[in-house]
Design a binder for this molecule. Structure first.
Ligand code: PNS
Length: 169
């Protein structure tokens, strides 16, 4: 159940893999933080996907990038999103939609989450159109193939990619 401490406050969770954080994610965080009293960026930690960055590394990069946003917190979670949202006293789930291709999966997740916890509302935000083609998956692929990803990700992420894996060029 939503925490009474948060009564009347808009507390949202922005969940995702963030492997790694992109400028599109950052745009959603920035828009979401202006709409809510408190926004928790929550990194899923029990994924079956083979991540490029550990959860600790992803948290650090997101924390560093959002340090100037006072109402943004960064955390990790495992298990069901709705259970985690309830423990944080949040009943808004924030997700970004880029293109119509995102819609089907997002609709499914939103309706499942609502069935699991009827009090939750998923709110979709559109990232700026300049970010509509960016995805973490493509950033990883471009980097691995030697491409320049510096305009797709925050500076700290580009640095960490180079530090961890060497210059892809
Ligand atoms: O960045 P992603 O990979 O698109 O994020 C997907 C995420 C983390 C939002 C989703 O997989 C999730 O919420 N997982 C937690 C498990 C859960 O609650 N599943 C049921 C509802 S989809």
């Amino acid at each position: 159940m939503a925490d009474l401490q948060n009564a009347g406050r808009l507390v949202a969770i922005y969940p995702g893999s963030f492997d790694p954080l992109t400028n599109g994610h950052l745009d959603i965080i920035s828009r979401g933080s202006r709409l809510t009293d408190s926004l928790v960026v929550a990194v899923l930690s029990n994924t079956q996907k083979q991540p490029l960055f550990s959860v600790a590394e992803r948290l650090e990069m997101i924390r560093e990038t959002t340090a100037q946003m006072p109402n943004v917190a960064v955390d990790s979670f495992s298990g069901l999103l709705v259970d985690y949202a309830a423990t944080r006293g949040a009943n808004i789930v924030l997700r970004g939609i880029r293109a119509i291709s995102d819609y089907e999966t997002e609709l499914q997740m939103a309706l499942l989450n609502r069935r699991l916890w009827p009090e939750t509302e998923t709110v979709f935000l559109m990232a700026g159109e300049e970010f509509s083609f960016i995805s973490s998956r493509m950033v990883k692929e471009i980097f691995k193939l030697g491409g320049d990803v510096s305009s797709f990700v925050p500076a700290i992420v580009a640095e960490r990619l180079r530090a961890k894996f060497g210059s892809a060029e």
